[in-house]
Design a protein around this ligand. Structure first.
Ligand SMILES: Nc1nc2c(ncn2[C@@H]2O[C@H](COP(=O)(O)OP(=O)(O)OP(=O)(O)O)[C@@H](O)[C@H]2O)c(=O)[nH]1
Ligand SMILES: C[S@@+](CC[C@H](N)C(=O)[O-])C[C@H]1O[C@@H](n2cnc3c(N)ncnc32)[C@H](O)[C@@H]1O
Ligand code: SF4
Ligand code: SF4
Length: 336
């Protein structure tokens, strides 16, 4: 069956609130080798009746359909995306798709020192690496892995192979790593690093963890403003961080504050899980299966029509402020 896309208005990804989607967060595996206490405290647990993760061809088809509808940036995430054996082929494939200008990666950095040069050659244009602490022991406590020095070597290596900027993610938690805030600021004084502090988000797997460790990003924003940091404006395919700059610092600071009022007003991103479900929001719904329309190149227009029609059901915002994280038990199955 042929669906005339133009006639159903499905050529751009626009939702009922007139938000347009330029940014696809594509999870390519649920598997992870870390055990971050806020994400997978017991490590990745393989499913007994597991369906496989999207193949390279399926990934190419989904990215092509999004690109045809205005997507200009694809972020590879997971689980730990770099654990996939065909990771380089995935990066190369996506970076060769017309209209995709930015192929970004979010990683725990485990393979970075060894592989970052190959990532660059394969077309990864920007790197976000998670570093929850600058203290090797605290890093181990939070992530379950004693890999701090290796990750730091990976960041140095990224600059050596030609990345001009690296973004570093840290979930700041009360009584754990929150006291490192100033230390992180000092760390980026002479480095082209955008240091991002992510507010802990409540997920279904958490019981008292959230109440015990959650730290409001608003407090950090006030501190930055008092210290002379200035808020910068954003581009249309930028993520949700509020970015601050300071004349005395080479690095930047980004604050990701999902509990802030109006956080979702500028939502510009959609997600596809490693098993091929479209998720309209990081929180909330079960997802819309796309896999049956990823089996041949000829299905692209049908796929686009499904994407557009699903998008019309997108909610205006998440319901985290009333403690509702929907079906999301942790963020590793959707890539954050
Ligand atoms: N609540 C919420 N959190 C998000 C959203 N997008 C990203 N995040 C969180 O922001 C954190 C950092 O995300 P990254 O994968 O580094 O990417 P990003 O900051 O969105 O993207 P860039 O601006 O391209 O660097 C992760 O913990 C995500 O879970 C979103 O739409 N909603
Ligand atoms: C799910 S991970 C996937 C990519 C990669 N494994 C990594 O850690 O960078 C993406 C981001 O989500 C963040 N994250 C995971 N669970 C979170 C939570 N409950 N609250 C806030 N951020 C979270 C992580 O810190 C990481 O920066
Ligand atoms: S945050 Fe990333 S590295 Fe840590 S457990 Fe989750 S998926 Fe793995
Ligand atoms: S929580 Fe949902 S609606 Fe809000 S910014 Fe994130 S993906 Fe968009």
């Amino acid at each position: 069956m042929h669906i005339p896309i133009k006639n159903v208005g499905a050529d751009r990804l626009v939702d009922p609130f007139q938000r347009e989607y330029y940014y696809l967060r594509l999870s390519i595996t649920d598997v992870c080798n870390f055990r971050c206490n806020y994400c997978l405290p017991n490590g990745y647990q393989p499913e007994t009746h597991k369906s496989s993760f999207l193949s390279l061809d399926e990934i190419r088809r989904v990215a092509k359909a999004f690109a045809a509808m205005g997507t200009e940036k694809v972020r590879l995430t997971g689980g730990e995306p770099t654990l996939r054996k065909d990771f380089l082929a995935i990066a190369e494939t996506i970076s060769s798709i017309e209209n995709i200008r930015n192929v970004a990666l979010t990683t725990n950095g485990y393979r970075m020192a060894r592989d970052v040069e190959a990532w660059k050659k394969a077309g990864i244009t920007s790197l976000n690496v998670s570093v929850d602490s600058l203290d090797p022991r605290m890093f181990h406590t939070i992530t379950g892995e004693n890999k701090f020095h290796e990750i730091m070597r990976g960041i140095d290596r990224a600059f050596e192979v030609g990345y001009h900027k690296v973004k570093v993610n840290s979930v700041l938690m009360k009584g754990l790593n929150a006291h490192e805030f100033e230390r992180f600021l000092d760390w980026v004084k002479d480095k082209p690093i955008q240091m991002r502090f992510i507010e802990l988000m409540q997920t279904g797997d958490m019981d008292s963890f959230f109440d015990k460790y959650h730290l409001s990003g608003e407090v950090l924003a006030q501190k930055l403003l008092q210290q002379g940091w200035e808020l910068q404006s954003k581009g249309r395919s930028d993520g949700p961080a509020k970015v601050f700059r300071h004349a005395d610092y080479m690095g930047e600071i980004g604050l990701i504050m999902p509990y802030e009022k109006n956080f979702c007003a500028s939502c510009n991103r959609l997600r596809v899980s490693a098993k091929g479900k479209l998720h309209l929001c990081l929180f909330g719904e079960e997802g819309v299966d796309l896999r049956d329309l990823l089996q041949s190149d000829e299905q692209q227009l049908l796929l686009q029509a499904r994407l557009f029609s699903a998008l019309q059901g997108k909610r205006e915002h998440h319901y985290l402020h009333i403690g509702d994280s929907g079906v999301r038990s942790n963020l590793s199955t959707i890539g954050g």
